[in-house]
Design a protein around this ligand. Structure first.
Ligand SMILES: Nc1ncnc2c1ncn2[C@@H]1O[C@H](COP(=O)(O)OP(=O)(O)O)[C@@H](O)[C@H]1O
Ligand SMILES: [Mg+2]
Length: 314
């Protein structure tokens, strides 16, 4: 069982033990059947079974999510869909490459290409030239049926709101790993010496994949802070940090509530990003994974899954 999955399964097991509900786990944790109080309920993957099928599918589809949110006037990062040419029967006869290049040309700061139904930052590429775009598109289409393209935005903060029927259960920011230059050591030296041992294996692969050798070996000027991964995924070493009460937290919650309402989703983790001091939705996840958070705040994670299961058995 994946480590992240184990947290989810353990939270369900504990809830069920506390509420006299029998629980059976199959398929290495992917399928969970609960029985209690005259009810029978299934969980699958990270899905607790509260969301409708269509809400789940829209949330899983980054471009459909962006379309639905735009229609509801909820500020969000645009995601343009391109189908794998293997699905040629469903692709406009002019092909996709011209439209992809045109999007790249409209955004000289670069574009982000990612699997349209991806998670955990896997195969998410930042590209700013036609050859780099071609390579990224090839890599994604080798394994996925579709991709989504968005303009690259200088994201200052990414905040995740876990929402249940409009009520925020947990609100946390994702702090990317950074190093502080000292005018003596290279980016790579700083990363190796200042990252705690338990974060190196998460952070370093992304650093090698994304950053050119010359930049890795160049001395970082004293006082200059550099992020070690441009993505905010916890899987690449970003750290969860609970967001304090205040205006930013309120704005993130209000936006997440509007997004959830537009999609008609009950239980979701919704990512909100700050760009140029304004907030917008980046993505909506219908499966709620909280592995990294559970290392710091296990009680919050248990309470969040418990609140969701109360909707079923309460
Ligand atoms: N358009 C964008 N501009 C800047 N950064 C982006 C953009 N899209 C994604 N990212 C970065 O990449 C990360 C992963 O992208 P995301 O859309 O959340 O996909 P996933 O579902 O794989 O997590 C985000 O946390 C964010 O840091
Ligand atoms: Mg994400």
């Amino acid at each position: 069982m994946l480590n992240s999955q184990r947290i989810f399964v353990e939270a369900i097991r504990r809830y069920c033990a506390d509420h006299h509900i029998t629980v059976e786990v199959r398929a290495d944790g992917w399928l969970i059947v609960m029985r209690g109080g005259g009810k029978r309920h299934c969980a699958f993957g990270y899905d607790l079974g509260l969301n409708s099928a269509v809400a789940h599918r829209i949330a899983n589809d980054k471009s459909a999510t962006a379309d639905v949110l735009a229609m509801a006037d909820v500020p969000c990062v645009p995601h343009v869909l391109f189908l794998n040419p293997e699905l040629n029967a469903y692709v406009p006869s002019r092909g996709s490459w011209g439209a992809m290049l045109a999007l790249l040309q409209q955004h000289p700061q670069g574009v982000v290409v990612k699997p349209n139904e991806g998670t955990s930052g896997k195969s998410v590429f930042l590209v700013s030239s036609a050859p780099a775009l071609e390579l990224a598109v090839n890599k994604i289409f080798a394994a996925h049926a579709s991709l989504a393209m968005s303009p690259f935005l200088a994201i200052e903060h990414e905040v995740r709101v876990v929402l249940l029927d409009g009520t925020p259960l947990v609100v946390y920011g994702k702090d990317r790993p950074t190093v502080l230059g000292d005018g003596e050591h290279s980016l790579l030296e700083l990363a190796l010496t200042t990252l705690p041992a338990d974060r190196r294996s998460a952070v370093l692969p992304g650093l090698f994949a994304d950053v050119e050798k010359a930049v890795l070996d160049a001395i970082v000027p004293a006082g200059e802070r550099r992020v070690l991964n441009w993505r905010h995924n916890l899987e690449f070493g970003a750290r969860p940090r609970l967001v304090e009460q205040g205006e930013d937290r309120d704005i993130c919650i209000a936006l997440a509530q509007r997004a959830a309402e537009a999609i008609g989703i009950r239980f979701a983790s919704i990512d909100v990003v700050r760009v140029d001091r304004g907030w917008q939705i980046l993505e909506v996840n219908s499966g709620v994974m909280m592995e990294a958070l559970s290392k710091l705040h296990p009680e919050l994670v248990q309470a969040a899954y418990g609140a969701a299961l109360d909707k079923v058995f309460g």
